[in-house]
Ligand binder design. Structure first.
Ligand SMILES: [Zn+2]
Length: 457
């Protein structure tokens, strides 16, 4: 008997666990059906891209996006919709940039450039200087001040195509956009041209934030299209370029008022345990910001809508958050965590979708051992949706500041093959998003949110 009791309770545990899993899988299927049958993520995305359009922090587009996503959250059935005030940097591009290379034979070649976000503009008559090409920082340092002073530095670093996950290549190449201008300025350069961070050869320069280092001169910085970079590099190695002219009209204005938009379903049993799910509302000025990150926003809104439509009462509180200013300041994510710290609630999990609206493959998570083990227990539930690649490590920029509160951070990991082709470029438009892929992403996000809401973390 002594031996039988543990055996029986062990068997019962297996049965109950199995039952739990199958009732969860049925519920997830129900949520999936609801999203694929009646989902509004795609029409909301269309509105955000076509009616609102670009929404860089501080712009009229961003203000309209705040208003309209608050409406979408109310229409989705959120119990409460809140705006969290937040001051944001207000950078403006101004008139279209001009770039020209003057060749030794007197001919002029147009350079296909855009200013990098947060960059200073050139003087009114632009800058003209000799150009020096480097493939990386080592080459720059080797040239030293004597070969860089007074010149324009051209970082021609190609994104490494050998990485299967394009985010890895992006992370590696991104240092030239971020730190390149200050590193060149430290050696006396007067301007910087960075090869666009894209794995494909085309004519669309991608913008993105640069970061000036404190104490270094702030010099103008632009991105050149990948085709433009290849062409310029050949001209330079053939010693055909006499000088380069760059004129940009961008400037950083005073900080502007803006908001995070938050839609909440109050938890039925543990309302003080909060699940945050979101994307970022701002986008670069050149694009409709469809994949970056309209999709993350509308997927998060869709979770609220689907749960409400099905009459599901989550045990824990769910907040869908449209974070402002991910692109050039992260003020929204920082503000959200700041407010969370003051609330007498437990922020148990943050889930972010900011890697595009492509077919979801799984999740990456930064969590403690117990939280990670719980998440991993659910992995098999995601197999039918093709999103069962669970990896330790990951999260999202906007939810990142919550980590200090012990919050488990989870990032949705979609297929990464096409994202970098259009990231921060004018090609990031509504038409580049597939309705089914978008809905599948929303489905697996909703499933993760549902599981955490029911079982905690
Ligand atoms: Zn983004």
């Amino acid at each position: 008997m002594k031996r039988i009791i543990p055996l029986v309770s062990f068997l019962l545990m297996i049965i109950f666990q199995g039952f739990g899993q199958s009732s969860d899988s049925l519920m997830i299927k129900k949520i999936s059906d609801e999203i694929f049958m009646n989902g509004t993520a795609y029409s909301n995305l269309k509105y955000l891209c076509k009616k609102v359009g670009p929404r860089l922090s501080g712009s009229a587009g961003a203000a309209l996006a705040v208003e309209q996503t608050a409406r979408m959250l109310r229409e989705a059935g959120a119990d409460t919709v809140m705006l969290q005030p937040c001051m944001v940097p207000h950078w403006v591009r101004g008139d279209k940039e001009i770039g020209k290379a003057t060749l030794v034979d007197g001919k002029k070649i147009d350079l296909n450039i855009v200013a990098l976000g947060n960059a200073v503009g050139t003087p009114a008559n632009g800058i003209t200087a000799e150009i020096v090409e480097v493939k990386n920082f080592q080459e720059l340092e080797k040239l030293g001040t004597e070969n860089v002073k007074g010149k324009i530095v051209f970082y021609n670093y190609r994104m490494d195509p050998r990485y299967i996950n394009t985010f890895q290549a992006y992370g590696e190449a991104g240092v030239y956009r971020g730190a390149g201008p200050s590193r060149a300025a430290a050696l006396g350069a007067i301007g910087v041209i960075v090869r666009t961070l894209s794995p494909v050869l085309d004519d669309h320069p991608h913008t993105g934030a640069t970061r000036y280092e404190e104490g270094k001169p702030k010099i103008p910085a632009v991105a050149i299209s990948t085709n433009g970079a290849v062409e310029l590099s050949i001209l330079i190695s053939d010693k055909k370029v006499k000088s380069v002219y760059i004129k940009t009209n961008c400037q950083m204005l005073e900080d502007a008022p803006s908001f995070n938009v938050v839609g909440e379903i109050r938890g039925s049993e543990f309302p003080d345990e909060v699940i945050t799910v979101g994307g970022h509302l701002d986008s670069w000025d050149l694009a409709e910001g469809a994949h970056d990150d309209g999709t993350g926003c509308v997927q998060s809104i869709e979770i609220i809508r689907a749960l409400k439509a099905l009459g599901i009462k989550p045990k824990r509180t769910i907040r869908a958050v449209m974070f402002i200013n991910e692109e050039n300041g992260l003020r929204g994510g920082t503000k959200y965590a700041e407010i969370a710290k003051q609330e007498s609630k437990k922020f148990i999990m943050g889930l972010e979708s900011d890697a595009g609206g492509f077919t979801p493959r799984g999740f990456g998570y930064s969590a403690n051992e117990k939280q990670s083990a719980t998440i991993e227990k659910w992995q098999s539930l995601f197999v039918p949706y093709g999103a069962s690649e669970f990896k330790r490590g990951g999260g999202g920029a906007d939810i990142g500041p919550l980590r200090n509160l012990g919050t488990a951070l989870i990032g949705l990991n979609p297929d990464s093959q096409r994202y970098m082709d259009l990231h921060h470029a004018k090609t990031d438009v509504f038409e580049a998003v597939s309705e089914r892929e978008l809905n599948l992403g929303a489905t697996v996000m909703a499933a993760m949110v549902y599981l955490v809401a029911q079982y905690g973390l």
